[in-house]
Design a protein around this ligand. Structure first.
Ligand SMILES: [Zn+2]
Length: 164
C-alpha cells in the first residue's frame, strides 16, 4: 500500500481505485520514496472529527506522515480519481520535494512540481482552475494563477527530492 487510510465508512472504496491509479502512473522510484515515508491519509469531517489509528500497522521506528484531507472534498473528487491523485501527490510533494530555502511560494511550486513529475500536472491544473473559479477559501488568487501558469507553460521542474 502506498498510502494507508485511517478511518472507516467508505474511505476504502475510494482509496482502492486511487491506489491502483497511483501504482499505474507514478514512477517506480517515487512509489518507493512514498512508501518509505509511511503516509497515512486522515479525513476531516467538518467542523471537527476524530480518527482512530487502531488496527493500522505503525512503522517500527515510529516515524510517519499524515495527509489530511477534508472528507467532503475527497468525496466530491471520488469520480475524478486523477484529480484526487493530483491533490495527494501535491501534499506528498510538500514532504518529498521541499524547497531548498523555506518559502511559502517556493513550497507550493515544489509540491506542484512533484505532482507534475509523477505525471499528474494536467489533473492538478484542473483542480487549481476549479479552486480559482470557485474562489475557494485558502487559495491566494495571485499565487494560484501563477501555479496554473507554470503548469501550462511547462516550466522547468523544481526538484529537490529528499533521500529515498
Ligand atoms: Zn501546498
Amino acid at each position: 500500500m502506498l498510502i494507508t487510510c485511517v478511518g472507516g465508512g467508505n474511505h476504502g472504496q475510494i482509496l482502492a481505485p486511487l491506489e491502483e491509479l497511483l501504482v499505474a502512473r507514478v514512477p517506480e522510484c517515487e512509489r518507493q520514496r512514498i512508501e518509505n515515508q509511511k503516509f497515512y491519509l486522515v479525513t476531516v469531517v467538518a467542523p471537527s472529527s476524530t480518527a482512530s489509528f487502531r488496527g493500522n500497522p505503525f512503522p517500527a521506528d515510529g516515524r510517519f506522515q499524515v495527509l489530511i484531507i477534508e472528507w467532503k472534498f475527497l468525496f466530491q473528487l471520488r469520480a475524478e480519481l486523477e484529480q484526487l491523485a493530483a491533490v495527494l501527490l501535491h501534499e506528498i510533494g510538500h514532504t518529498l520535494n521541499p524547497p531548498p530555502i523555506r518559502n511559502v511560494t517556493e513550497a507550493e511550486h515544489h509540491a506542484d512540481d512533484y505532482a507534475r513529475y509523477c505525471s499528474f500536472g494536467s489533473a492538478l491544473r484542473q483542480n487549481l482552475t476549479r479552486c480559482l473559479q470557485s474562489k475557494m477559501d485558502g487559495f491566494d488568487q495571485t499565487l494560484t494563477q501563477e501555479r496554473i501558469r507554470r503548469i501550462e507553460a511547462n516550466d522547468q521542474l523544481k526538484l529537490n527530492l529528499i533521500a529515498p
